[in-house]
Design a protein around this ligand. Structure first.
Ligand SMILES: [Fe+2]
Length: 537
């Protein structure tokens, strides 16, 4: 039970007292604006207020979410002036058109850049036509944003013959240029799914890095998380991807802290203290992402992110939160605050059925959605590897990694048994986190190779983060025959082409992440046939 829940007996950390504690309340009381008056309609800008670009996300049959954040000085080091802004709310205007040149405007309106959310704005657009692209632009005073593109989803249940989407994870600024994002945008998919580690909170102090986090610190406060997101958003490839491709978002651990689980930090912080950090991290995530404010506006350390998205009769995509509600890592005790190897023998807690990766409420929500779905393809998009993986370390210690689904085997069994029993059509699991490509059969019983394959899993490699050691992980594979493909030496993304008959997944790789002009090639292509779980090479 969380300390701010009524009746918990703990400290009364209500939203109001939480805001006071974090100083957020002060910013609700508007002071004069740097760029003009409070609610200023025509500010004169000294720098481009749209330096972080624009983004669209979460398509519905009649709309989407549009995002921007005013930041004339995107890397402003002064915590009192995020993005170079201070003062009160600023009014923006927006226009939405049916053509890329914005000649046929179908919607004009105003929006407010909110000081308590670093002058970001999140617009829930509705009332548009289903299944088509739109183009949009923001303006404030004498400044206009670049033109972005957004799609609406097809009408509910309508026939859809094709959906193309990419999934990505693990982009660490310090290790490379984001050329995979550029190549992804060049492929013009309908959607891009971000599966976590969009930023890295840590700053690398040990290895030479290609480019540095601007503040050189580990993000742990609202200003430092904000600065990290802002810096990543200045990347031209990422900025272009968001402007051109509608996004679905979830997170993994590095948006907050490596290997955290709910209020349990890798570094054994006091949970109440850690939740203050988590609140700052979640708020900064919200401030930078095209997510639905009516669902995701943060409330202290809580932020509802998981949701499902339907695309006609072809696909339903469940975006899962694998961090906020998970049980504490098994055998959480110094020095093991995060992922480590355990077995049921070394750590009976590992197999405790009361533990959950998703939290019981989200688990039930996912089960209900899968049972009810009439979609031809049912995609479960989440952060970490689901397939069983027998690992060992350099000392010969064998076990399961406690930070991915191998650390929550009872939760995984419940999900796979539910899929097997409720039989949603063509269940597919997508994951990131492990900085390597995988294609796996998800078995009803991983210890029995003859057991039914109930779903297929694809794991995408990182955008830039260093891969897991190839030789070590390749040595794990004989003990896990349901793993059909593994490659950790390449950086890139995965591109999916869904039709009524097949799901084709291409593992796309770039030549060199230290080369801004890296080229693209296809490492491997997999096909799943309608009605038959398992990846065919
Ligand atoms: Fe990562």
């Amino acid at each position: 039970m969380r300390p701010w829940q009524p009746g918990s007996g703990g400290a009364d950390l209500t939203r109001r007292s939480f805001l006071r504690a974090t100083g957020a309340a002060a910013s609700l009381l508007a002071a004069p604006a740097l760029v003009g008056c409070v609610g200023e309609r025509a500010p004169r800008w000294t720098g481009d207020p749209f330096s972080l670009g624009v983004a669209a996300g979460e398509p519905t049959p009649d709309g989407f979410v549009l995002w921007t954040r005013l930041a004339p000085e995107p890397l402003s080091p002064d915590p009192a002036t995020p993005g170079g802004m201070r003062g009160g709310p600023v009014e923006l205007t927006y226009e939405i058109a049916t053509d890329p040149q914005l000649r046929d405007i179908v919607r004009r309106g105003t929006a407010v850049a909110e000081p308590q959310f670093a002058w970001s704005t999140h617009l829930e657009i509705a009332g548009l036509k289903p299944g088509r692209p739109y183009w949009y632009r923001f303006a404030s005073g004498d400044a206009t944003s670049r033109i972005g593109r957004a799609i609406t989803a097809p009408a509910p249940g309508s026939r859809l013959d094709r959906l193309r989407f990419a999934f990505v994870s693990c982009s660490n600024w310090e290790y490379g240029y984001f050329s995979p994002y550029r190549h992804l945008a060049d492929e013009h998919p309908d959607l891009v799914l971000f599966l976590g580690d969009y930023i890295y909170e840590v700053t690398n102090r040990r290895r030479p890095t290609l480019r540095q986090h601007s503040d050189g610190v580990t993000a742990s406060t609202l200003p430092t998380y904000r600065n990290r997101y802002a810096q990543y958003r200045t990347d031209p490839d990422l900025q272009r991807l968001h402007a051109e491709v509608t996004a679905l978002m979830t997170w993994d651990d590095h948006e907050v802290q490596n290997d955290y689980a709910d209020e349990w930090s890798e570094t054994f912080d006091d949970p109440q203290q850690f939740l203050l950090r988590r609140a700052a991290a979640y708020q900064a995530f919200y401030e930078h992402m095209p997510v639905r404010p009516s669902r995701s506006r943060p409330d202290g350390p809580s932020m509802r992110l998981y949701d499902r998205f339907a695309f006609g009769d072809l696909a339903e995509i469940s975006m899962i939160d694998g961090r906020q509600y998970r049980s504490r890592e098994a055998c959480y005790a110094p020095p093991n605050g995060g992922g480590h190897l355990e077995t049921a023998a070394t750590c009976p807690e590992l197999v405790d059925p009361s533990r959950s990766m998703l939290g019981m409420a989200q688990e039930q929500w996912l089960f209900d959605g899968l049972a009810r779905s009439t979609a031809r393809w049912n995609v479960v998009a989440q952060d970490v590897l689901m397939a069983q993986l027998h690992e060992f370390d350099k000392t010969g210690r064998k076990g399961f990694w406690t930070d991915d689904w191998n650390g929550y085997p009872a939760s995984r069994t419940r999900l796979l048994q539910h899929i097997h029993a409720s039989r949603p059509a063509n269940p597919v699991v997508l994951a990131g986190d492990i900085h390597s490509f995988w294609a796996n059969d998800l078995k009803l019983d991983f210890d029995d190779p003859r057991s039914p394959t109930v779903a297929t899993e694809f794991v995408g490699t990182s955008i830039t983060s260093p891969g897991v050691p190839y030789d070590l992980f390749a040595a794990f594979l004989p003990a896990s025959p349901h793993v059909k493909f593994f490659e950790s030496r390449k950086r890139g993304y995965a591109m999916v082409d869904l039709t009524r008959e097949t799901m084709t997944t291409k593992f796309q790789v770039v030549s060199d992440i230290t080369d801004k002009d890296a080229t693209l090639s296809t490492l491997k292509t997999f096909t799943i046939e309608d009605g038959r779980a398992g990846a065919l090479v």
